[in-house]
Write a protein that binds this ligand. Structure first.
Ligand code: ZN
Ligand code: FE
Length: 256
């Protein structure tokens, strides 16, 4: 599967799935239309799907303009976001499936950042890793803020995602990695994998390269918000209860 990262707005990413044989494209979370439309027309692709993870403006702001250019594109998003995503055609629930370029994505219902948040997951095939589009749930080295959900909900959603194979590539919607890793180092200063990742991410960013995609394996090793059950993490926030550990991490991050 060809996946293209398009930086939009201040620090968002829109991702485009490309089917060169049919000259078609699917876009995730177009918070702005112009950079996406420019890339599609340069590459002679017709947009046929707009797939949305959640209703926030920085993920949906480009939908209406893209539909003016590509009026037959189908807008899909979570069923719980009904009324909050412009021109939504399809209302997705846990377990629904969507197909593009002969590959099928599964829908995961993952409330926490918002109560209608969903992820799209392409399971691995013989020759490619799985692909996870998780919006603002897990970020590189961090996680989304709890705007609508509770710590327990977010922990449950992240727990599902962290059980995907380590090789799963994770496409999250913001470039927050470097700052997240700075925070992570305050929690686990002696985590060598985290130190190495921070070093590499710094080089990436100083060359204006995205740090995305990450992988589930790397997040499990270095992201404190997937590590509530690691003793050193619980100790860092003086808790031996997983939900409380997670909530305290989130609280500390707000202050950071
Ligand atoms: Zn959001
Ligand atoms: Fe966002």
């Amino acid at each position: 599967m060809e996946i293209v990262t398009i930086p939009i707005l201040k620090d968002n990413y829109a991702f485009v799935l490309v089917d060169r044989s049919r000259q078609q494209a699917t876009v995730f979370d177009p918070g702005a239309s112009a950079p996406v439309a420019a890339w599609l027309s340069e590459n002679n692709l017709e947009l046929i799907n707009i797939w949305i993870t959640h209703h926030h403006r920085d993920h949906i702001g480009g939908i209406e303009d893209l539909l003016r250019r590509y009026p037959t594109a189908i807008v899909s998003g979570g069923a719980n976001d009904r009324g909050r995503i412009p021109k939504q055609h399809k209302y997705l629930n846990e377990g629904d499936r969507l197909t593009f370029a002969d590959q099928t994505a599964q829908v995961f219902f993952i409330p926490g950042h918002t109560l209608g948040h969903i992820a799209y997951y392409f399971p691995p095939t013989d020759n490619q890793p799985g692909e996870l589009f998780c919006g603002d749930t897990i970020f590189g080295g961090g996680c989304g803020r709890l705007f609508e959900g509770t710590p327990a909900q977010m922990l449950g959603s992240i727990d599902r995602l962290r059980q995907l194979p380590d090789s799963t590539r994770m496409w999250c919607s913001h470039e927050y990695t470097l700052n997240n890793l700075r925070f992570a180092l305050t929690i686990e200063p002696y985590n060598i994998d985290l130190q190495n990742r921070y070093h590499k991410a710094g080089i990436n960013r100083s060359n204006s390269q995205p740090t995305i995609p990450s992988t589930i394996g790397l997040e499990r090793q270095t992201n404190p918000f997937l590590r509530w059950d690691i003793p050193a993490v619980g100790l860092a926030v003086a808790s031996n209860n997983f939900v409380e550990t997670f909530a305290r991490l989130r609280g500390r991050k707000e202050q950071f």
